[in-house]
Design a protein around this ligand. Sequence first.
Ligand SMILES: Nc1nc2c(ncn2[C@@H]2O[C@H](COP(=O)(O)OP(=O)(O)OP(=O)(O)O)[C@@H](O)[C@H]2O)c(=O)[nH]1
Length: 422
Amino acid sequence: MTTDKPHQNLAMIGHVDHGKSTLVGRLLYETESIPEHVIEQYREEAEEKGKGGFEFAYVMDNLAEERERGLTIDIAHQKFDTDAYYFTIVDCPGHRDFVKNMITGASQADNAVLVVAADDGVQPQTREHVFLARTLGIGELVVAVNKMDMVDYGEARFREVVEEVKQLLDQVQFPTSDASFIPMSALQGDNVAERSENMDWYDGRVLLEALNDLQEPEPPTDAPLRLPIQDVYTIEGAGTVPVGRVETGQLRPGDDVSFQPSDASGEVRSIEMHHEEVDLAEPGDNVGFNVRGIGKNDIRRGDVCGPAADPPTVAETFQAQIFVMQHPSVITEGYTPVFHAHTAQVACTVESLDRTVDPSSGEVLESNPDYIETGDAAVVTVRPQKPLSIEPSDEIPELGSFAVRDMGQTVAAGRVLSVTER
Ligand SMILES: Nc1nc2c(ncn2[C@@H]2O[C@H](COP(=O)(O)OP(=O)(O)OP(=O)(O)O)[C@@H](O)[C@H]2O)c(=O)[nH]1
């Protein structure tokens, strides 16, 4: 894969069984992104088994079977391209660790396709995923009204589903134009790559066209430097080398930087990327660097590096809007799970439940509730049990969201509204 086109991470979201995997399979198939030898092998098998024509369903069945055998052409991390972009599919929310991956930057999605089955309409997970997409800062949604073959390709049903989805998107204030609703069948291939003859009432874009027209993700360069530290190495000859990914801003040799919350600072001596010395690092760059006067025990994973003149914020407490995704019982004041924000993992206490809000409109439902539970959106005040660097998401979105983990699962996701500094 060359780099002559910009890259985008694309999330596939939607209720279980509405067709996310099938749609990914179809996109890969239509863009000729499934390796030729795999397709060829299926074609031969299909012929041997006398399956007549080479049906897409046959490809999907085989992909599913491979997945079960652990041979994984799994939908996560598959790549395809259009004229304008290279796309990488990132995990969908049902998959393990999706939320955590989204938040720790590993697979932060730029945009998403929301799959809604025409025969089923908006379902609980459709709601949940849309809310999550909003919380996690996904830019644009393309809505795939899928399984149109199951409703006789009828325009009236399509319009009904579009209305349902629009209501949901209005509630969470997700700006979406009419053109982003596409009636399709992932299984039959209608309106994915090719215009469907089964729906001549539709004259909008097909899915690949809509993806091709997405806005280019903007590199966030006007925020100050924020570089969460993943690891700290000691390298012979170079000394202490923190490594991490630049989330915002720029890093140059000669810069005076500060690491928070460890509170160490010094001047950047050199920066390395892909084993080569560079004189500038920008958002998305994974770098190792060397700072005058800083030893291995002065800084650690979970620190954030920023300009000494505008250092990363360290929170005494912070107020956040959270969405409870799955919790076996209820969350009350005093609850202390582990918060995952960028590369940090810190136990934090939910000090007060300030209010529950309509997950959609943000309207206050109840002030100072006694508890919150799965499906609730709430504003809470949180006290980290150890120093934690985190930023208001309005100011630096890349450092302003977190996942709440407990009992081996992500129980909630959230966005920082404000920080009371230490
Ligand atoms: N008729 C019809 N069936 C479809 C279409 N797309 C998907 N399906 C079927 O719907 C079922 C679920 O599809 P999946 O792609 O596994 O759905 P999913 O959303 O990925 O489901 P999870 O990964 O379990 O969340 C499968 O049996 C598909 O064959 C479609 O366009 N038309």
